[in-house]
Design a protein around this ligand. Structure first.
Ligand SMILES: Nc1ncnc2c1ncn2[C@@H]1O[C@H](COP(=O)(O)OP(=O)(O)OP(=O)(O)O)[C@@H](O)[C@H]1O
Length: 311
């Protein structure tokens, strides 16, 4: 099975470390979300995987080989790095045909990827007349052209309308279901939570996390419940006795940080306090990501060992 292996990858630009001994594997059959603040090193990593730049030390390989050593690389790896890269005077179809010819890919594949990416009806138009979303779809069509087992997508939702965002999410999930290795960088946390199974997080060139989505969110957030009761004062006292600090919200509900419904429900029942509502608040990827990056900024060292683990 094809995967991307990054081992001790280091890249310096004029003495500044853009990547610092980063090691992780992008496995087939799942979508790996690639996160990190601006300048963290995500694009640099992708460029090194694609052989567009040389590492200072370490390796980035696909199926054990560096990109440059792959036989017919476009059949192994598809990438969306810069959707603006296509020649504006060409039509979308001609652009893809030129790429197909260069990669020794059968011409018929061009119409297939135009269909898959929803731009078949505008394939005869010059690319310079394309909207940002159409260019993005064309970039994805180009990435899919060689039917590659590995995909690297840098901000693929960029410029897409709401339907386009749902489409790309489902496309990425389908590509992973087909057994491909899919690495996707994004700054959109809600989106990443919707398409990624696994996360790799960089911060200032270092690996901060390499873990499953669920483990990441649970590891970097605390549980919280929201509830409604007719006897707020009694419930507050009972919860305080159990070590919780309920906070009254403006809408008349209470929220209890660090508590699970299993903590609150039985306690209220024992005390005979009626609960009109009791619900766990789902922690978000955004909350978890902000907690990790805030801590990283503050202390510069990564926290729980559990958050950096091989899956
Ligand atoms: N060609 C280059 N020359 C010099 N410095 C570079 C070059 N390319 C990247 N860098 C630096 O390397 C660091 C990592 O940049 P990179 O583009 O990989 O980050 P990123 O995580 O992709 O950020 P963003 O989310 O903004 O796209 C940054 O400090 C950037 O300024």
């Amino acid at each position: 099975m094809t995967s991307i292996e990054i081992r001790d990858l280091t890249k310096e630009y004029g003495g500044r470390r853009a990547l610092d001994a980063v090691t992780f594997t992008v496995r087939p059959g799942r979508v790996t979300g690639f996160l990190g603040p601006n300048g963290a090193g995500k694009s640099t990593t992708m460029r090194l995987v694609l052989g567009l730049d040389r590492p200072t030390s370490g390796t980035a390989t696909i199926d054990g080989q560096p990109y440059a050593a792959l036989d017919e690389p476009v059949r192994h790896v598809g990438a969306l790095l810069d959707a603006g890269a296509a020649h504006g005077a060409r039509t979308a179809r001609d652009h893809l045909r030129a790429l197909a010819a260069a990669g020794r890919i059968p011409r018929g594949r061009v119409d297939e990827v135009l269909e898959t990416t929803g731009i078949a009806s505008v394939a005869g138009r010059r690319i310079r007349t394309f909207s940002l979303g159409m260019r993005q779809r064309l970039g994805i069509a180009a990435a899919l052209l060689g039917d590659p087992r590995v995909l690297l997508l840098d901000e693929p939702s960029n410029g897409l309308d709401p339907q386009g965002i749902i489409w790309i999410r489902e496309l990425m999930r389908d590509l992973a279901r087909e057994g491909r290795a899919v690495l996707v960088s994004s700054h959109l946390m809600g989106e990443t939570a919707a398409f990624a199974d696994h996360l790799v997080v960089l911060g200032r060139g270092r690996l901060l996390a390499d873990t499953g989505m669920r483990e990441f969110v649970d590891g970097w957030t605390t549980p919280r419940v929201r509830l409604r009761t007719t006897e707020g004062d009694r419930l507050r006292a009972a919860l305080a006795g159990a070590g919780f600090t309920p906070v009254a919200e403006e809408d008349g509900r209470w929220s209890v940080d660090g508590a699970r419904v299993e903590d609150v429900g039985p306690l209220a029942a024992r005390e005979g306090i009626p609960l009109l509502e009791l619900a766990a608040e789902e922690p978000s990827l955004e909350e978890a990501y902000l907690a990790l990056t805030a801590e990283e900024t503050e202390y510069t060292t990564a926290r729980p060992a559990a958050a950096v683990q091989e899956a």
